[in-house]
Design a protein around this ligand. Structure first.
Ligand code: J2J
Length: 542
């Protein structure tokens, strides 16, 4: 790649230069990719939802018309727009229209509400907010109007659906106009960071790094023109968006099927009707799918690969995937900040069941370090730090946070505690912050949870740190228990752990029974909610 030529056209950082020279990053915008796919795949179906079916050509043409509409409505290159749309063909049209005019979409989840969106507005200062009229009974126009009055910088509220008082996605579309010339190494989209405990940060991904992300993912996952990808998780999330997700599927000429909710009723019907071959889930949803009766009565033979990632996936459940669902399993350990690890399709069953795979790119660098930042010996657990062609070097508008979230030499400190197997695969063991500081004594949550899960009565255990007047932090174990087996009391649980040699300070201070787990907007177990619950029940089972 002729860097000098590229530098005459655009501003390119030194790190990007290295990645271009090494052949990882290419000078092409996401809008240009869509134009190329329309040329290559023409009338093949690109995306369908419950009311729309768009060919590649239609998707390209309509997103160009929408881009023109956005410009006419006053959006300008360099601005940001919050996009909070459910899984739909409109989502794809809208993000490509924004990519084309250099307006950066902030990808919010439909389940987010006023406070979450306000936090995004504080960080991104958006000029526009794009919402459905209603979704799952919720009125997004009122939410949009509330935020618009709190944040006057939001000049426009655009509605996907019907509206008398705001412009709609359908009526905005107009004849194409010349589009701005964009730097492919600039930010194309802002993803939300995936914490289960705090407010999300914004993650700037460039046209070229994101194209590398979904293109390489599509290769590793062996997608091709006959791939039919079911988007069951909310598509604003990195996993269903680009790992390889909807964009990876479009890049190879496959078909994207939009599922409005990840429940098994809608998903199974679509798998059968559209002959879905690939989909992706977070672990709590896999459990739901596995326990569904519809699996017996629906023909789902077409499904060839289920990707699972986003949180710890226990090997026992992993073992059930292929026998019950009749498809291959792939474990995915990824982060919206960049690095994505996959088990490979031809890995041994052992590897697929027990590890979270290895990086997708030869350009990914990984260091596992101890609390002092020193590399841990082979095979030991350390915090994963990573750097590479598609991993960010800093969050958006977060200078002081970036000083602690990245090392001086540009590695992202993931906070994940990980070990590497002799074969070179990674196993996620927990999170650095998943540590309870109980009156100064530290408890690693990942050490205690599996011991509790060994009890016959217990299905799943999640331990959280709860603020406590006396101890600073106390430990609370939330458990789901098997039907027909009486769960232990706190006293019995402690006695069991004591027998295993677990010292008193590591035994839970509080035990709560859960019937189901509170989930984040993408479906991971929401620890923030569990902590709040534990706080408001200070006397229960202690
Ligand atoms: C344990 N923890 C995991 C796994 C992610 C693909 C898949 C998931 C995400 C994602 C993603 C895990 N086992 N298999 O972006 O491209 C936890 C880690 C990680 C954090 C990132 C993708 N897979 N995790 O979940 O940005 O703690 O991305 O750092 O939402 O999820 O969360 P997020």
């Amino acid at each position: 790649m002729d860097i000098e030529h590229l530098e005459k056209l655009w501003t390119i950082t030194d790190q990007q230069k290295k990645q271009i020279e090494a052949g990882y990053l290419r000078p092409k915008t996401l809008g240009d990719y869509l134009a190329q796919w329309a040329e290559e795949y023409g009338d093949r179906t690109a995306v369908i939802d419950n009311s729309t079916r768009l060919s590649y050509r239609q998707l390209n043409r309509q997103s160009n018309r929408l881009a023109a509409g956005f410009l006419k409505a006053g959006l300008k290159s360099g601005e940001t727009a919050i996009v909070q749309l459910p899984n739909s063909a409109s989502f794809v049209l809208v993000i490509f229209a924004l990519f084309r005019i250099g307006v950066v979409p902030v990808l919010a989840m439909p389940a987010q509400r006023e406070n979450d969106i306000a936090s995004l507005c504080d960080q991104a200062e958006p000029s526009a907010y794009i919402v459905p009229d209603r979704f799952l009974g919720f009125d997004y126009v009122s939410l949009g109007e509330k935020l618009q009055s709190r944040y006057p910088k939001i000049r426009s509220l655009f509605i996907d659906g019907a509206s008398n008082s705001h412009q709609t996605i359908n009526t905005l579309r107009t004849d194409p106009v010349p589009l701005p010339d964009l730097n492919p190494f600039n930010t194309a989209l802002l993803l939300l960071s995936g914490g289960t405990t705090g407010a999300p940060k914004l993650i700037p991904r460039s046209h070229s790094d994101y194209a590398y992300n979904f293109g390489t993912s599509a290769d590793v996952c062996e997608l091709n023109e006959s791939t039919v990808y079911l988007a069951a998780l909310p598509v604003g999330h990195n996993f269903p968006l680009g790992c390889p997700g909807i964009l990876g599927t479009l890049s190879v000429g496959g078909k994207v099927v939009m599922c409005r909710t990840p429940g098994s009723d809608e998903a199974f019907r679509l798998i059968n009707e559209e002959k879905v071959t690939h989909t992706a889930l977070v672990p709590p949803l896999v459990k739901l799918w596995l326990s569904s009766k519809e699996w017996d009565t629906t023909n789902t033979d077409s499904l060839s690969l289920l990707q699972v990632g986003g949180a710890k996936f226990d090997p026992e459940t992993a073992k059930r995937v292929s026998p019950v669902l009749g498809c291959k399993l792939q474990q995915v350990f990824g982060m919206a900040e960049g690095l994505v690890c996959y088990t490979r399709l031809n890995d041994s069953v052992e590897t697929i069941l027990n590890t979270q795979g290895r990086p997708m790119s030869s350009g990914d660098e990984i260091r596992l370090v101890d609390g002092n930042g020193n590399i841990v010996p082979d095979g030991e657990i350390g915090e994963l730090h990573t750097r590479g062609p598609y991993t960010i070097r800093g969050y958006f508008n977060a200078e002081s946070h970036n000083l602690t979230a990245f090392t001086k030499d540009g590695f992202y400190k993931s906070g994940d505690l990980v070990r590497k197997t002799p074969e070179g695969n990674y196993v996620v063991e927990g999170r650095v912050k998943e540590q309870i500081n109980r009156a100064g004594e530290k408890i690693a949550i990942a050490e205690i949870e599996p011991l509790i899960e060994k009890l016959d009565a217990i299905d799943e255990c999640v331990i959280v740190a709860v603020p406590d007047d006396e101890l600073g932090e106390r430990s609370c174990a939330f458990v789901t228990h098997k039907q027909n087996i009486q769960p232990p009391t706190l006293k019995e649980l402690r006695a069991y752990l004591a027998k295993l040699g677990v010292p008193r300070f590591k035994q839970p201070d509080q035990l709560e029974l859960a019937i189901s787990w509170p989930l984040t907007s993408v479906g991971k177990i929401n620890k923030k909610t569990l902590i709040e619950k534990a706080q408001f029940k200070p006397t229960s089972r202690r």
